[in-house]
Design a protein around this ligand. Structure first.
Ligand code: SPV
Ligand code: MG
Length: 670
């Protein structure tokens, strides 16, 4: 696309303001002239071929343009008879530079705000700016609009007309029709009329649509009075605020480009989404909000950086009342739609505006995001994330995984709710499910090497933190090695239960013989584990079996405080009662004395309690310990039975996941 700016006019109505230079060089603010503003707008839009027609003071104009040092290639075409002809003849003079291209055509005395210009150049059809909110001017252009199209432009049309400004985007084929007519006019010496007179003769053949700029600035400056009005409006625009929210921790070209666009609309306030909101919405941020704020604060032209605590913009829109909110158009559909709806309704309540730019799905940016995800899977980054998630969210949810595929299910399952998303924070490598997957009883029979193999399978394909079910931890002398191995692998927490001898699954309770470890012995195991660990991120959690083994609340509490004293990083309290009462009682009594040590629960039996209620009571980790195993295996049994019963596989088909779904669940390395 090329630009054509018509600057051959004399500008005589401006009086002394045009005694030494053409009208387009009139200052509209202390930092720009009409022309420098137009040229900057063109350069920012990437339109680098510009044709300027000149007349009086042409060398002043040429020197001035060169002094602006903009990345533009400007062709100057002087209308030698500028004082005897109208701009139709200037266009005629420039015709050889204007053929076969889309054109943005503007008069040299026109000042328009950036949004108007963006709308014009992004228009899919040929268009001319009109203003439906202004009364029809007596002496200026009006456009006659019929069936949605402009059929005539001129001063003397009042019927079915709208105020119009000479800013056009013209597709090459429309422009060719008009330009041919201009040539015809000029070659038959019809050179004192407007170029639009030629258009009016061919308007049925070129499809130019009105682009209504309503109350936005788009005005010609003909007189000093016009200049005052436009300058005031520009000053008003300068004080406009624009709001954008970012969740990203990698700033790439796509972000910079939307920031640049937003800055052109006013003073840009950047809201940085909190770590908690980012985690729920896409993935754990590699860079915390405090640092992400610094990144944005250091981008030239960002006026202010503020926190945005939630996915909802409501609080910040109420507080800052930005004139404009800018966002990519990716939220027009999909799960973010409710957030957008809320933004539009708040903006409407005070007259703000939403501006959306096309979302860039550049593969390079996707590759950067993929690299960030890979980083999350590295041992050091992954290990540290459980502690961070606990600090950030207060309560983390953990789902069982016992293989690569179940790990992927925990990794990738997302549900959308109120414009946000919910996903599990971490994975639980359960001894029950790991043993069951191997067809073995949950009695510490599956050895550590095999358990580590399961962790490795999961780690290879996921990024979320892992909590490992360490059973009793084995002999203290062995446990210290387990701690170091887990730590090295990138596991975040090991939970060991205060049992000794042949361990059986807790859900058997007192139906089987199980022995609880003596408090001093277990304390020693915890202390040895803590001493063995190398990083500060790794956590050892002591699991108390007193309620399972019906040893009473006092025993459970006594153990909890002793284990905290021995250095445990967290306490898991277990129960196999359907009612949560004993868990609640423990949590209340523990929290009365210890406000900080994280509390872990496994609500397999007491499964009516919601995460919100657990959090309100002071619980920090909720582990769904076996639900993938307990739902997956019956489905397999049923498939096997169906095939046996039907002597073929067809009847089983409806129970099967489609191959497409399997393929999308399992990512391919690239
Ligand atoms: C496991 O998942 O292996 C556990 C939790 O230890 S429970 O089965 O409830 O004992
Ligand atoms: Mg277990």
């Amino acid at each position: 696309m090329k630009a054509l700016i018509l600057n051959s006019g004399m500008g005589s109505r401006m009086g002394v303001l045009t005694s030494e230079h053409p009208k387009c060089m009139t200052e509209v603010s202390n930092k720009e002239t009409i022309l420098s503003r137009q040229l900057h707008q063109l350069a920012e839009a990437g339109i680098d071929e510009v044709v300027i027609t000149t007349g009086a003071f042409d060398s002043v104009l040429v020197n001035y343009c060169q002094s602006l040092d903009l990345p533009l290639h400007i062709t100057f075409v002087k209308n030698p008879v500028y004082d005897k002809t109208n701009y139709i003849y200037s266009i005629y003079c420039a015709r050889e530079y204007l053929a076969d291209d889309d054109i943005v055509l503007m008069h040299g005395d026109l000042v328009f705000e950036n949004t108007v210009f963006d709308d014009v150049i992004n228009s899919e059809t040929s268009c001319m700016t009109v203003t439906s909110t202004l009364p029809l001017p007596q002496k200026d252009f009006k456009a006659v609009v019929k069936n949605g199209r402009i059929t005539a432009v001129g001063i003397d049309f009042f019927n079915e007309a709208l105020a119009a400004q000479p800013l056009y985007k013209l597709h090459s084929d429309d422009w060719k029709i008009w330009l041919d007519k201009i040539v015809e006019f000029c070659e038959s010496d019809n050179v004192k009329c407007y170029a639009e007179n030629a258009f009016n003769e061919v308007s049925s053949k070129c499809a130019i649509y009105p682009l209504d700029v309503k109350n936005m600035l788009c005005a010609e400056i003909d007189t000093p009075e016009d200049l005052a009005v436009v300058s005031n409006k520009l000053a008003e625009l300068e004080s406009r605020t624009v709001y954008m929210c970012f969740s990203t921790d990698i700033i790439h070209g796509g972000h910079i480009s939307i920031i640049k666009k937003a800055q052109r609309l006013g003073k840009l306030i950047v809201g940085v989404l909190s770590d908690k909101a980012v985690t729920s919405y896409k993935r754990f941020p590699l860079v915390p909000a405090k640092e992400r704020k610094k990144l944005f604060a250091n981008i030239a032209g960002v006026y202010k950086v503020v926190d945005q605590e939630t996915l909802s913009y409501a609080a910040n829109l109420e507080k800052f009342k930005p004139d404009i909110v800018v966002h990519g158009d990716d939220w027009v559909t999909g799960f973010q739609r409710p957030i957008r709806d809320e933004v539009t309704s708040i903006l409407a309540s005070y007259g703000g505006k939403l501006v959306e730019y096309p979302y860039s799905d550049n593969p390079e940016y996707k590759a950067m995001e993929d690299r960030a995800r890979t980083e999350l899977s590295l041992p050091d980054v992954r290990r540290a994330r459980l502690k961070k998630a606990l600090e950030m969210k207060g309560l983390v949810t953990v789902m069982e995984a016992h293989s690569g595929i179940t790990g992927l299910i925990v990794e990738k399952t997302i549900v959308h709710e109120n414009g946000g998303s919910r996903q599990f924070d971490a994975m639980w490598v359960s001894s029950l499910c790991d043993s069951t997957a191997k067809g073995k009883p949950d009695i510490e029979l599956v050895d550590m090497t095999s358990r580590f193999r399961t962790i490795d399978d999961i780690m290879e394909v996921t990024t979320k933190p892992i909590i490992f079910d360490g059973d009793t931890g084995g002999l203290t002398e062995h446990f210290v090695y387990t701690v170091r191995s887990l730590e090295r692998m990138g596991v975040s927490m090991v939970i060991i239960e205060d049992k000794t001898g042949l361990k059986k699954n807790s859900l058997f309770g007192t139906e089987v013989k199980q022995t609880q470890a003596a408090i001093p012995d277990f304390c020693e195991k915890i202390a040895a584990g803590k001493k063995a660990q190398k990083t500060k991120d790794f956590m050892i959690c002591a699991r108390i079996e007193s309620l399972i083994l019906e040893r009473g609340m006092d025993d459970a509490l006594e153990r909890a405080f002793a284990f905290v004293g021995a250095g445990t990083d967290a306490i898991m309290i277990h129960s196999r009662k359907k009612s949560p009462d004993e868990i609640f009682e423990f949590v209340d009594k523990f929290r009365a004395e210890d406000k900080t040590t994280p509390l872990v629960v496994v609500p397999t039996s007491f499964n009516t309690v919601t995460e919100e209620e657990f959090k309100a009571r002071g619980v920090n980790v909720v582990i769904y310990a076996n639900q993938l195993t307990r739902t997956g295996f019956p489905a397999m049994q049923s498939a096997a039975r169906t095939i046996l019963e039907n002597h073929r596989a067809k009847e089983c088909d409806d129970m099967c996941m489609s191959i497409k779904d399997i393929i999308t669940l399992i990512p391919e390395e690239n």
